[in-house]
Structure formats: C-alpha cells, structure tokens
Design a protein around this ligand. Structure first.
Ligand code: NDP
Length: 294
C-alpha cells in the first residue's frame, strides 16, 4: 500500500473535542446546552444502532439528547404532531428523524414539516436550496464530513477535477455542490453514466457514494488521486459473520491513490461528528450568536 490512510476516526475525535469546547462556551453564554431530538419510528436494528450512537455522542459532547421512539404503526399525523412540538420547544436546536420510515408515512412530508432552522440533517428543501444558491444552509452530515476530510488532506481544493459517483439527495448531490463551492470542476456520475472507469481516471478527487461493494477498482483511479469511500456494504466473510466494505476495492486502489479513506473508520465517524457540529451551529444561529468555525 502506498496511499496514506485518511484517519476519519482520529479526525472526527479531534473535531468532537473542539465541538465539546464550543458546547461548554455556549452553555456558559446562554445558560442551557444545545439540544438534539432524535426520532426513531419502528424497530429496524440498523436504525436503532445509529440512534443509540447518535444519542451517546450527543451526551458525550455535553449536549442535551432527547430520544423519541415511536411504534412502527404510528400514523403520519401523530409523527407530524410530535415534530410540531419539537419545532416549538425552545430547548431543542436540532431535530433528526431517522430514515427510512414505514410505508404509511410520507418521508418528504415529514422532512418538510421540520423547522429548517432545526433541520440538522440538512434534508429540508430550504436548506438544499440554500446550499445550491450559496446561502446559510444546514448541510447534510455525510458530504460535509467528506469535505472536512478532503480539506484536511489537500488544503485548498481550487481547480481540482472532482468526480462524485452517486446523485442521491443525501450524499451525491450535496457533495457535488460543496465541491463546486470550493471551486472544483465537478462531474456527477450515476447508474446511466457511460464509461465510468475512464471518467474516474480523470479525477484528482474521487468520491464513491453508490452502495455497491468494491465497485471502484485500482485501474479506475488516477495515480495520486484522493479517494473518499462513502459506501457501507456488508459482504459474506470467511467466518460466516460478514464484514463491512466500501464502494472502493481498498487494497487495489491504495496501490495507486495518494490517500484513501478506509471502511470502517473513514467517512462513518465524520457523519456523527458533523451532526454534532450542525446542532451546535443551529443553536448559535437560533440564539443570534456568532457561530463557531468548525
Ligand atoms: P442511493 O442508493 O440513494 O444512491 C446511490 C447512487 O449510486 C445513485 O445515484 C445511483 O444512480 C448510483 N449508482 C448505483 N449503481 C451504480 C453504478 N453501477 N454505477 C454508477 N452509479 C451507480 O444511496 P446513498 O447516496 O444514500 O448512499 C450511498 C452509499 O453510501 C450506501 O452504501 C450507503 O450505505 C452509504 N452511506 C454511508 C454513510 C456514512 O455515514 N458513511 C451515510 C449515508 C450513506 P441512479 O441515481 O442512476 O440510480
């Protein structure tokens, strides 16, 4: 392996320590901690794990963490009523509704009901629009975490050729907009893209957010590129337990790239750190305070 392994875990820990300092200063000034409410509908095991780790991280940063667990059978009206309460609660700065939601609930309607000032996932159209036109947005946590890693690795991104594989509203599209705002030349690839390997070989920055295990091969990568692997895929392991891999064939790509994020331990830890960051930023904006530079 010649590539540097980008230590998302370590970078996220350092960021979380700075966030904890910011939380302490906020408490001192405002007299209350920033508050994050997480809403979980149903018993999906993966979602439960995410919600638990978000709650733990929020508490560890000194923030107030509120968890609402609703039955799988909850109606859309009941969920919207809870969001209305959280919107009105002055001690809550961030609201996160864990996706996916059960079939009887319209996800878009739920996201639209969240106060954009408390939308720490950055999924509300108002925040998506502000990101697109260049305003004070709350930005989705995963692409924001990827940008943080890229800046830690490369510093100024101006003029870099960036290819983002994936065009979801959660990762691909906001990632592309963030890179554009950093003056990269951005190409967004997706399932209909022609000759993806050739396109990827032009990239100084390659972000894979696809959900296909080890799709990006060593021969797709320009020597010296920085590769960010967003994918989380469980594949069968030798021990029968299964293991997590990204969208990038790590060992092959590490022979060619200058730097690469591992899975796990790359983008994943940054996502939670950015959730805490967004909550702290939302709390500052709601209180009319100058927001911390994180
Ligand atoms: P989506 O399924 O919403 O989007 C996947 C994207 O990949 C789509 O735009 C799709 O194209 C594109 N795609 C699918 N197949 C191909 C292909 N063969 N070639 C090129 N493009 C392809 O996924 P998400 O954006 O939500 O997530 C992507 C990955 O990131 C998943 O593995 C997910 O688990 C992971 N993830 C990780 C997070 C973390 O914290 N580390 C957080 C969020 C997600 P099209 O639009 O044409 O269908």
């Amino acid at each position: 392996m010649s590539a540097r392994r980008i230590d998302g875990k370590g970078i996220a820990e350092a960021l979380r320590a700075r966030i904890a300092d910011g939380v302490a200063a906020f408490r001192e000034t405002v007299g209350r901690p920033p508050g994050l409410a997480v809403v979980l509908v149903g018993e999906d095991p993966a979602s439960s794990v995410y919600v638990r780790s978000k709650g733990k991280a929020t508490g560890a940063a000194g923030m107030r963490s509120v968890e609402h667990r609703l039955a799988d059978s909850v109606s859309e009206a009941e969920l919207l009523a809870l969001i209305g309460e959280l919107n009105r609660d002055p001690g809550i700065d961030g609201i996160l509704v864990q996706l996916p939601l059960p079939g009887q609930i319209d996800e878009q309607r739920v996201i639209a009901a969240i106060d954009p000032a408390k939308d720490v996932d950055g999924f509300h159209v108002e925040n998506a629009g502000r990101l697109a036109v260049g305003g004070e947005a709350l930005v989705p946590c995963t692409p924001l975490g990827c940008l943080h890693l890229l800046k830690a690795e490369l510093g100024d991104l101006t003029g870099k050729d960036a290819v983002v594989i994936g065009r979801s509203n959660i990762v691909g599209k906001p990632m592309a907009l963030l890179l554009l705002a950093e003056s990269c030349t951005v190409t967004i690839a997706h399932s209909r893209t022609r000759d993806l390997p050739e396109l990827c070989r032009r990239a100084d920055i390659l972000v894979a957010a696809v959900g296909r295990a080890e799709m990006v091969r060593g021969a797709w990568v320009k020597p010296g590129a920085v590769v960010i692997d967003v994918g989380i895929n469980r594949i069968a392991g030798g021990d029968g337990k299964g293991r997590l891999v990204g969208d990038v064939a790590f060992d092959e790509v590490a022979e060619v790239a200058a730097a690469i994020t591992p899975v796990p331990g790359g983008v994943g830890p940054m996502t939670i750190a950015m959730l805490l960051r967004n909550t702290l930023v939302a709390a500052h904006r709601r209180e009319g305070l100058e927001e911390p530079r994180l």
